[in-house]
Design a protein around this ligand. Structure first.
Ligand code: PEP
Ligand code: MG
Length: 590
């Protein structure tokens, strides 16, 4: 069993070695086994028990899904239960056990497969769709018969492992047991998917776009996952482990040096001061922001409060969360972004995952501010919670996905209404609460002057700005090579945004993943951004780079980039500048 290397897209740095846990490979392997005549009644009894256990499981799941997602989504399990009661199927299974003297699991597997095969060939669409129900149920019955339990509880894993899956949704990632999941690799996905973003903030090494790895690996195998270079190495040799051990050593001693500048400002060698803040997803992340020396929160992705639960968080619950972060980081600012549900962040409870409302192009659909302006009760509850928290810290609010002036005006009107309500109720809030907007849609850049007049700051969401400018789905690994932060169009849009902001005397930051990419720092500084907000673990290395650059050389680079036609050339120059300024940052390539 030699070493085998799988290549993907590195999305979260770090190296880990461990046993594989493959999600979605739940069907156990079984083979034909004959039994003695005397054991046949026992097999029939086992079949009965297996069916009973499966019925009970399905009822439980049905109940959970009804509570979490509604009765409509739970109806699929009704179809599964019907399969279990199908007299023709059950008769076929009992006959096979009795006549061929085989185990209950083998008989169930074979008879169900025959049924599935027949259904696959019929012309009726409805019946054809029942094939997957039938196969699902058959796998469940077989697993119950042989005691193979497939439902991995990712929140309570028994052993440390490296999770391999076809895909991991942000909500599953949010539920992962952070102490047990050493790293993860997926078949699909891109660098700025929210799953990748979460991996970075959880400091879990991750590689996506590994194509078919979830079919190629099996539970229990040993792999080394290299989140720096995007590799998964099956059966790593001693030599490989030794080389990676050395990388780890270099990484450790570099981190110690980074710690020394924790309380120093992010200032360039020629004295330009940059605000360096952090992106957070939940209240407990505030401690991490302090630990890494971030200057407050540049982006609080509040939608994570809405995932993995059956009901919406109340105004009070949201208030407690925002208040906790604001007071912990006071007097540093905490920019709370209003709800950006939709795209790849789908909650259980507001109809976004329902079959009837599933969208063809979720990133172009009912998302973020569009969703909030229609679901104004949800939006108001959040605005009230943010306003209330503003009494207890330096809170600012920011709208996501603004595409035109109308959305800004409507949102501001709602804020004014909420303020009026709170005033009437005698509830304190910051009357001067600053409002900003994310600039992440090209149309917002083109009207940036109109927006800037009405706002106190901009934060450029490069993850979306790149996807919408280049028409490249940020989740799709097949076109990941086209997702190009140094595309001249993207850089020019950033420049236009900075110019409009500065014309109107407001500051502009970048909170997309471009700000967390060391190679992009000189470009962003040179384009004139005032703030960078990065994933917390990246605050120290980004600060290290800023402190070793001169703004003058960054401006020269940006001037070159704005007149250059080749994104590759821009990238090479920017990377060269960073490598020259901070050579010890790159001790992790293999
Ligand atoms: C962005 O689009 O760059 C951004 C920061 O927002 P999100 O990644 O949550 O869409
Ligand atoms: Mg965005």
């Amino acid at each position: 069993m030699g070493e085998a290397v799988f290549r993907g897209i590195p999305v979260s740095s770090g190296v880990c070695v461990g046993k594989v846990l493959v999600l979605g490979q739940q069907r156990a392997q079984i083979t034909r086994e004959e039994v003695a005549e005397a054991v046949v009644p026992q097999q029939l009894e086992r079949l009965e028990q297996g069916l009973m256990a499966t019925r009970q499981q399905l009822h439980e799941i049905q109940q959970q899904v009804t509570q979490g997602m509604g009765a409509k989504d739970a109806s699929i399990f009704e179809a599964h239960l019907l399969v279990l009661d199908d007299p023709t199927l059950l008769e076929g299974v009992t006959r096979m056990i009795a006549e061929e003297k085989v185990t209950a699991e083998w008989a169930f597997h074979i008879v169900a497969e025959r049924f599935a095969h027949t259904l696959e060939t019929v012309a009726d669409d409805y019946l054809r769709e029942r094939v997957s129900d039938l196969r699902d149920v058959a796998a469940r019955v077989v697993n119950n018969l042989i005691g193979h339990h497939d439902d991995v509880d990712l929140a309570h894993l028994k052993e440390p492992c490296i999770v391999i899956a076809h895909d991991l949704s942000p909500s599953i990632t949010a539920r992962l047991d952070k102490n047990k999941v050493l790293g993860f690799g997926t078949d699909v996905g891109g660098k700025t998917s929210h799953t990748a973003i979460m991996a970075r903030s959880l400091r879990i090494p991750a590689v996506v776009g590994l194509q078919k790895i979830s079919h190629q690996l099996h539970a229990g195998q040993t792999v080394l996952l290299d989140g720096f270079n995007g590799l998964v190495i099956l059966n790593p040799t001693d030599q490989t482990l030794f080389e990676y051990g050395q990388i780890e050593q270099r990484q450790k001693s570099f981190e110690e040096r980074l710690h020394e500048i924790r309380d120093h400002p992010a200032v360039t060698l020629d004295g330009a001061q940059i605000t360096l803040s952090a992106n957070v997803e939940e209240a407990t992340d505030a401690a991490e922001v302090k630990l890494v020396g971030g200057e407050g929160v540049g982006l609080f992705r509040t939608e994570f409060l809405f995932l993995n639960r059956a009901t919406l968080p109340t105004e009070e619950e949201q208030y407690q969360t925002y208040r906790q972060v604001a007071s912990e980081l006071k007097p540093q600012p905490v920019i709370i972004r209003t709800l950006d549900l939709g795209g790849d962040k789908l909650p259980n409870h507001v109809g976004l995952t329902n079959q009837d409302t599933a969208e063809m192009n979720p990133f172009l659909g009912w998302r973020a501010i569009r969703f909030c302006l229609q679901e104004s009760a949800i939006f108001r509850a959040q605005l009230r919670a943010i306003l209330r928290a503003s009494a207890e810290g330096n809170v600012k609010v920011m709208y996501p996905m603004i595409s035109g002036l109308e959305e800004l005006t409507q949102s501001n009107e709602l804020v004014e209404q909420c303020k009026a309500e709170l005033r009437a109720e005698g509830v304190p809030f910051d009357e001067n609460l600053e409002i900003g907007a994310m600039i992440e849609i090209p149309s917002a850049v083109m009207i940036a002057d109109s927006l800037a007049k009405r706002l106190k700051f901009f934060s450029i969401g490069t993850n979306d700005l790149i996807q919408y400018t280049l028409a490249v789905d940020r989740l799709n690994e097949k076109i990941a090579h086209l997702y190009d932060p140094t595309h001249p169009a993207v850089l020019r849009l950033i420049k236009l945004t900075v110019e409009a902001a500065h014309r109107h005397g407001i500051w502009v930051g970048v909170c997309g993943e471009m700000a967390s990419d060391p190679a992009m720092v000189p470009l962003l500084l040179g384009l004139g951004v005032d703030e960078l907000s990065t994933t917390p673990p990246l605050v120290p290395p980004i600060k290290y780079i800023i402190r070793r650059l001169k703004l003058a050389e960054c401006t020269e680079l940006a001037d070159f980039a704005l007149n250059c036609e080749s994104s590759a050339e821009i990238l090479t120059r920017s990377q060269a500048l960073v490598s020259r300024a901070a050579p010890d940052l790159f001790g992790t390539s293999k």
